[in-house]
Design a protein. Structure first.
Length: 277
């Protein structure tokens, strides 16, 4: 058993995809650290451009014939998100007592607007996925702009990254039982449990970042890790239905922008709701 495990570890480290994934992770981390240091409004503006890239990939996946209506779709929602940002930082102002209204109003406008693009999504599953992406990015900008928002975002990024990395490593080294082989053949029970363990551990270790107690850190670590996994599984289901492995090839070893954002699709709206209500 020991020889078999050592062989698995050696083969895993020697896999070209692992090396690319590791290099990409380091580069992405450096970019993120730089943006985090620059803070607001640089980071939110950068995330709007990421939103544009995600929508572009999503449109290509849903409809291989990228026509003018797809182009409108790719730009209209980032523009709405930009207007939302401008309202949140009071560059544009209207007399509302609570800034939370901005969030809810813009979400409603975006979802109603998205109805006009239903045909380009080709089916209800893709349409639901598009709405989740829209809500997630609006939630992200909302979180970034609240007091201590940068720390909250850093906390979420660290936990999702830890869950993703250790689930990936654990699944490749120790994984035996597949969770959903028809959706994602690479996800295993062992890898997911290892990822959840380290997500909880990371939450406890960095709990002072968002000023929470030990018990709440345990709960958040488990919840964020679990919903990160479900978001990943949801995107895998979306891609499997269409018959593709990655949403793009822009990030070596990882795939596309959508592949990197999948862990946040469910977490950001849920976390934002806890902050609002």
């Amino acid at each position: 058993m020991k020889i078999s495990l050592n062989l698995k570890i050696k083969n895993f480290i020697n896999v070209k995809n692992f090396r690319l994934r590791l290099l990409s992770t380091v580069l992405l981390s450096l970019i993120f650290v730089t943006l985090f240091i620059l803070g607001n409004p640089v980071l939110p503006v950068f995330m709007i451009f990421i939103f544009l890239a995600v929508l572009y990939e999503f449109n290509i996946i849903c409809n291989s014939k990228f026509v003018f209506v797809n182009l409108i779709n790719v730009f209209v929602f980032p523009l709405l998100l930009l207007f939302f940002l401008l309202f949140e930082i009071n560059v544009i102002s209207i007399p509302l007592k609570d800034n939370n209204y901005y969030y809810l109003i813009f979400i409603l406008i975006a979802l109603i607007t998205n109805l006009f693009f239903y045909k380009i999504y080709t089916n209800i599953i893709n349409f639901i996925m598009s709405n989740l992406l829209i809500i997630s990015f609006f939630s992200l900008i909302k979180i970034l702009l609240i007091p201590n928002g940068l720390n909250i975002f850093l906390y979420l990024v660290l936990l999702v990254s830890v869950m993703d990395i250790f689930a990936y490593i654990g699944g490749n080294v120790f994984g035996v039982k597949k969770i959903a082989p028809t959706i994602s053949n690479g996800k295993t029970i062992e890898g997911t449990l290892i990822g959840l363990f380290f997500s909880i551990l990371a939450s406890v270790l960095i709990r002072d970042l968002i000023d929470i107690n030990f018990v709440y850190a345990l709960i958040l670590g488990f919840t964020i890790g679990l919903f990160s996994f479900f978001g990943d599984l949801l995107e895998s289901f979306f891609k499997r239905r269409i018959g593709i492995k990655d949403s793009g090839k822009f990030i070596p070893g990882h795939g596309g922008f959508l592949d990197r954002f999948d862990g946040y699709i469910l977490i950001l709206p849920l976390f934002n709701l806890t902050l609002i209500f």
